[in-house]
Design a protein around this ligand. Structure first.
Ligand SMILES: Cc1cc2nc3c(=O)[nH]c(=O)nc-3n(C[C@H](O)[C@H](O)[C@H](O)COP(=O)(O)O)c2cc1C
Length: 210
């Protein structure tokens, strides 16, 4: 890995935040029961990383007061928030003692906290933490995934919540090819590729598609 020495800050922070905010994302809840204490945050920095081994990541502010406790969890739950979870998202980002008040969730046998009506869930353990400027990149190993009972994801864009419905998507995307390159979307035997809706992180890398 090449590590570049940090250069003098040349970009105005507001400009940089606005540019970061131009990139739309989903939002997840990262949560666990640690020593009997419900703990968690909302994170829009979640991303899929590796199929083999199965890894996902999110970034956490180095100043986070929640991460020192959350990182002690044997297992952490990731819940992909559904489009009606905008209030839940704000709550999970709010005062620590109120984050789980009134929220429907389950605690797995491993201590991961998974929200009801999420679009997908992951039961993970901490794999590695990488210091990256004023954040930590947290790599999580995925032990179990759940389909979730929510349908449409919450979208976060330019500091606002938006909704994404399947009717809005371009059906041409579903033919299993990007820029003419076949995309391995992990279609199972006997499954209709055109009907598959899963997203394969490794198969959709720009490199693979070029
Ligand atoms: C939509 C949304 C996305 C967020 N994404 C992140 C994130 O990716 N990383 C992060 O460190 N905090 C993120 N936050 C802030 C945390 O949810 C939480 O407010 C913060 O960690 C609280 O500070 P604490 O860690 O000291 O409790 C996000 C907040 C919101 C509302």
């Amino acid at each position: 890995m090449t590590v570049h020495a940090p250069s003098a800050p040349a970009i105005d922070q507001r400009t940089l935040r606005d540019a970061f905010g131009a990139f739309p994302s989903g939002v997840v809840a990262v949560a666990a029961s640690v020593r009997g204490q419900l703990t968690g945050i909302a994170a829009s920095s979640f991303t899929s990383v590796s199929i083999e081994p199965p890894l996902v990541s999110f970034s956490i502010a180095a100043t986070s007061s929640t991460w020192p406790l959350l990182r002690e969890a044997d297992h952490l739950g990731i819940s992909v928030l559904a489009d009606h979870h905008d209030v839940v998202c704000r709550q999970l980002a709010g005062p620590r003692e109120e984050r789980f008040t009134g929220l429907p969730f389950k605690v797995t046998g491993t201590g991961a906290v998974l929200l009801d009506e999420a679009v997908a869930t992951y039961d993970c353990s901490l794999h590695e933490e990488v210091v990256a400027g004023d954040h930590l990149i947290v790599l999580l190993e995925v032990h179990e995934v759940g389909a979730g009972d929510g349908e449409h994801p919450l979208v976060f864009h330019r500091s606002a919540f938006a909704k994404l419905h399947r009717d809005d998507l371009d059906p041409a995307r579903l033919d299993g090819r990007i820029n003419g390159a076949a995309v391995d979307r992990g279609v199972r035997d006997g499954e209709d590729p055109a009907g598959a809706t899963s997203h394969d992180a490794a198969g959709t890398d720009a490199e693979d598609a070029a």
